[in-house]
Design a protein around this ligand. Sequence first.
Ligand SMILES: O=C(NCc1ccc(CNCc2ncc[nH]2)cc1)c1csc2nc[nH]c(=O)c12
Length: 243
Amino acid sequence: LKVDVITLFPEMIEGAVSHGVLGQAVKSDLLSVKAHTPREFTEDKHRTVDDRPFGGGDGMIMLAEPLKKTIEKVQHNTSKVVYLSPQGRTLNAAIAKEFSKEEHLIFICGRYGGIDQRIINEYVDEELSIGDYVLSGGELGALVIIDALARFIPGVLGHGESAEKDSFSDGLLEQPNFTRPREFLGQDVPEVLVGGNHKVIGEWKDKVSALVTLKKRPDLFREYIKVETEKYNSLKKKKTAAP
Ligand SMILES: O=C(NCc1ccc(CNCc2ncc[nH]2)cc1)c1csc2nc[nH]c(=O)c12
């Protein structure tokens, strides 16, 4: 999966994808992430990338011409162009999983008050937001999406781990985690985890995950119960349907 990010701050992107799981994925060629600045495509002495908005209003708007040149430099026929914007659809695990199946993603990161609408009309396939709060640009949005989608690329997570088991993919929050020492701050590790009985440990984790979700995210819990009930009913139906 190839990702090209169009941004006025390429170092923000390059820095963030050179650490940890993402860094490893890029190093092992499971994912390629490159940043391109529209400033490269300016011709004036001051390398201008923004201008005042028609119709007034405070804030500046990113100029269309440098963006057009940058997009056309990286675009090819299978590219999906995503504009990070507060007006976009809000990111979730399902969207990240969808994006991980693409061949080529181009993320356009706005700064100032946003970009010229003609660029959105001509090149953008979809707009994406990472939540209902105001940020100073699209770069963090691009990085959040890249991190979330990378986990769905086979080989990015260690063997055995998988994005499917991530809490937002199976619908429940994770149980509490412990490592050495066995006793710390006067608190012991739950006995069941220290045993070795994987069946009992698995049952404990499922039960505690459900309890944690019920307590911290009752909305997720209700959805989980609904999904599990539907699964159970369709199972029962299949059994009774068969002669
Ligand atoms: O580029 C992003 N933000 C920069 C930014 C912030 C505010 C405005 C102007 N809009 C305010 C307004 N409306 C009406 C009048 N004034 C435009 C652009 C961004 C990308 S993804 C994302 N996800 C969550 N939040 C975000 O801000 C983002």
